[in-house]
Ligand binder design. Structure first.
Ligand code: AMP
Length: 444
């Protein structure tokens, strides 16, 4: 199968040729014809499988072939993304695909001045990529009207519809015309989200390219058990032993990111960090430098877990396991992309056993454990498997304890003290199912 047989127009085929895309990925093969036919879509696909082109290519074609010119302060298609970094990345891809088309594209997100965005919107843009908070601000300040909107795309839809974004999404839905095409793309879909999505879409086509909630099989994964306080030391040891070149490291808290970056920089290692407390420009610069291989180790909170596309990233390290098991799939999905292989190593301490168990249950696999000779933990990590079983009573360690021994053993606890960074720090998590206006919709 080729992109031409999917019915894409010549200017798009030319752009794909420049980018070196020869064959459509499975999600593209299914999504492109369906979107071109005007269908609503609910697509589940693994990270790194080409979702962006799956919605962007047919969307660009529809906007080129159909509909009136964009009006002032308007957008004809809206792509909502959960994080600012992802909005930038999606926009960059859309702009590349659109390079030979007479369409305008733009991205808006918080953390930067709103005025240039208002100016840019004056003439209207065909495709607008946005994070929810800034979109609402622009709408409320009359810088953006949505009555011309033909298509809405929710990228990483589970997160978009998930707890933290539910209110913003409910607000945005109220601003949209009833007659529109809606596309949901996501790596993971919980049953609640599927139910909710089902209410919002019009006769949707469901695409399930890979088994649900399974991590990309191009990523080799394992776990190294270790005592919590020795994680930094173990990280440096593994880094030197494995001669790691470029590594994306995930830590649970903002303080954790800063502490590890300080430690690594103190050892003369080329490391930088990104988390929600840092200004947007600093975050973007650190990410750009990492992508350009100018930074060797990038330490991040889950703000970086979703959607980011880093070419040929060989290794992801979970310095801490994520609090939400699904984030594990997103984190390790930063490697093993576009047919490459990758590795994902998790440093796991006894406190994290319930998180480990939840990840194994979600991904339906028991992660291989590899002990590091000099780092065998005093606080044993209880056995786990994909059934969700945790052997609650840790066996006594074989080695007599050499130091302290008074460490806490919080087997049932998931969250350590300290600040936990939400994926999009400007948006408060709300534990509430949104009420969407799902009243009768006009026929397309
Ligand atoms: P995505 O899942 O959209 O983030 O895409 C992951 C990576 O795969 C990106 O670097 C894309 O440029 C690349 N990609 C997407 N579709 C194709 C394709 N059909 N052929 C080759 N590379 C692709």
């Amino acid at each position: 199968m080729t992109f031409a047989t999917l019915g894409l127009i010549e200017p798009l085929l030319r752009a794909l040729e420049t980018l070196g895309y020869q064959t459509p990925t499975p999600v593209q093969a299914q999504a492109i014809p369906a979107v071109l036919a005007g269908r609503d879509l609910m697509a589940a696909a693994q990270t790194g499988t080409g979702k962006t082109a799956g919605f962007a290519l047919p969307l660009l074609q529809l906007l080129t072939m159909e509909g009136p010119k964009v009006a002032a302060n308007s957008a004809r298609a809206l792509i909502l993304c959960p994080t600012r970094e992802l909005a930038e990345q999606v926009h960059a891809s859309v702009a590349e695909y659109a390079q030979h088309l007479p369409l305008t594209t733009y991205a808006v997100y918080g953390g930067v001045s709103i005025n240039p965005q208002m100016m840019k919107l004056r003439k209207g843009v065909d495709i607008l990529v946005a994070t929810p908070g800034r979109l609402i601000d622009l709408f409320r300040q009359n810088a953006l009207k949505l009555n011309q909107l033909q298509t809405l795309v929710l990228d990483e839809a589970d997160r978009m519809l998930d707890l933290g974004f539910s209110e913003e999404l409910a607000n945005i839905y109220r601003m949209l015309p009833k007659k529109r095409q809606t596309l949901l793309f996501s790596a993971t879909f919980s049953d609640d989200i599927r139910l909710l999505a089902g209410q919002m879409l019009n006769d949707p086509l469901s695409i399930q390219v890979n088994p649900r909630n399974v991590a990309a099989n191009t990523v080799q994964q394992w776990v190294v058990p270790v005592d919590k306080k020795r994680k930094p030391e173990l990280f440096v040891h593994l880094m030197r032993k494995g001669r790691w070149k470029q590594v994306l490291v995930f830590a649970k808290t903002r303080n954790g990111v800063d502490a590890l970056v300080d430690k690594l920089q103190g050892l003369g290692i080329n490391a930088d960090g990104i988390h929600g407390d840092k200004p947007q420009a600093t975050r973007q610069r650190a990410l750009d430098r990492f992508k350009a291989s100018e930074v060797q180790i990038l330490v991040a909170t889950d703000v970086a877990a979703r959607g980011l596309d880093i070419e040929d990233l060989p290794l992801v390290v979970n310095f801490d396991l994520p609090i939400v098991a699904e984030d594990y799939i997103h984190r390790i999905g930063r490697t093993g992309r576009a047919g490459n292989t990758g590795e994902a190593i998790s440093l796991v301490c006894a406190d994290e056993v319930n998180m480990l168990s939840a990840i194994e249950m979600l991904t339906r696999q028991t992660l291989t454990r590899k002990m590091e000779a000099d780092f065998v933990p005093e606080h044993r990590v209880p056995d786990t498997d994909a059934s969700g079983q945790v052997v609650k009573k840790p066996k006594k360690p074989k080695k007599p304890k050499t130091s302290g021994g008074g460490g806490k053993r919080n087997l049932g606890k998931w969250v350590d003290s300290g600040d936990v960074a939400p994926a999009e720090p400007s948006i408060k998590p709300v534990r509430k199912v949104p009420v969407f206006n799902t009243g009768p919709r006009k026929k397309k």
